[in-house]
Write a protein that binds this ligand. Structure first.
Ligand SMILES: CC(C)(COP(=O)(O)OP(=O)(O)OC[C@H]1O[C@@H](n2cnc3c(N)ncnc32)[C@H](O)[C@@H]1OP(=O)(O)O)[C@@H](O)C(=O)NCCC(=O)NCCS
Length: 274
């Protein structure tokens, strides 16, 4: 299992390097990216990468945690440390001993087997979005914003009129990432109502993370997220990816992914100083 966790760790180390300046600080790598773009955090240094002697000499104790957080504060960044628990188990004790951090436990799930849900309802089309699908991308972004504002898996009020009221122009940078293949985007489009569910995956070499799976609250509990996830997996595998992983935000969400062939392989932690 450590091999796949090391692969996920390498993925997490690679993604922010595209957008962030990198500092090596004791046993940590600090990604100093855009505080609004989620491209900042400190992570344990990858073993085998960079100045291993320096990384090995320092240990994950309260002093090293404080030192990297203080540097993030100095840079005006939110103070966040993220790691794969099984690879650096001692970091959890150090973070807890610091006493100023809020710790979130995040189950890591990797696609192990395949399981195909039944065909989507006849009035819903699965679409892979490209850089010219600006209207559908704008709807998908509004669907995601409304869905994550109503966490959990229960159905809710927000529907297509709320989605349409939340539409915003698609940023050029996003279109560029789509053009470069840095994101695979799937939307479920209803014949009458437009985009009602969506999700993305972010390939890096042969590894990809499924993120942002979202169903408009008024359209939940009809199997739509299962179709989004299956379509994302199909798109990733067709593009040459061989490891598809995701994090589950709750036990109910983990159950949904487990039915589609994802298995719990480990635990990530995110610790943030308020
Ligand atoms: C999580 C989320 C994407 C699920 O969307 P969804 O389209 O409702 O998901 P599904 O319909 O595939 O599955 C949800 C439940 O409905 C059930 N269901 C599926 N088809 C059904 C049907 N035809 N009739 C009744 N129930 C059905 C599923 O079995 C599942 O039940 P369970 O909770 O008991 O396991 C959605 O709730 C959401 O957007 N949540 C907020 C954002 C979020 O947390 N995203 C996940 C990030 S990790």
């Amino acid at each position: 299992m450590k091999d796949v966790l090391a692969e996920l760790d390498r993925y997490y180390d690679t993604v922010p390097r595209r957008h962030a300046r990198v500092e090596e600080l004791g046993p940590f790598t600090l990604f100093a990216g855009d505080p609004d773009g989620w491209t900042f955090c400190a992570r344990p240094r990858l073993s085998g990468g960079g100045d291993d002697a320096a990384a090995g000499a320092a240990s994950y104790d309260v002093a090293s945690v404080r030192s990297v957080l203080d540097r993030m504060s100095e840079l005006g960044l939110p103070q966040v440390v993220e790691w794969v628990h099984e690879l650096t188990p001692e970091l959890l004790d150090a973070v807890r001993a610091d006493g100023t951090l809020e710790v979130e436990e995040i189950p890591l799930m990797v696609l192990a087997g395949g399981s195909t849900p039944p065909a989507p309802p006849p009035d819903v089309t699965v679409r892979v979005l490209g850089p010219s699908d600006l209207d559908a991308i704008a709807e998908a972004r509004a669907v995601a914003a409304l869905a994550f504002a109503a966490p959990g898996t229960e159905a809710g009020e927000a529907g297509t009129s709320e989605r349409d009221a939340a539409l915003e122009p698609v940023p050029d940078a996003l279109v560029e990432v789509l053009r470069e293949g840095g994101v695979g985007w799937v939307a479920l489009e209803h014949d009458v109502h437009g985009v009602v569910a969506c999700g993305r995956h972010l390939p890096v070499g042969a590894t990809t993370e499924v993120v942002g799976v979202a169903t408009l609250p008024a359209f939940r509990r009809r199997g739509l997220a299962a179709h989004v996830t299956t379509a994302l997996v199909g798109h990733a595998l067709a593009g040459g990816v061989d490891t598809v992983f995701l994090t589950a935000s709750s036990a109910a969400v983990a159950r949904l992914y487990a039915r589609l062939g994802f298995e719990h392989v480990g635990t990530a932690y995110a610790a943030e100083r308020a």
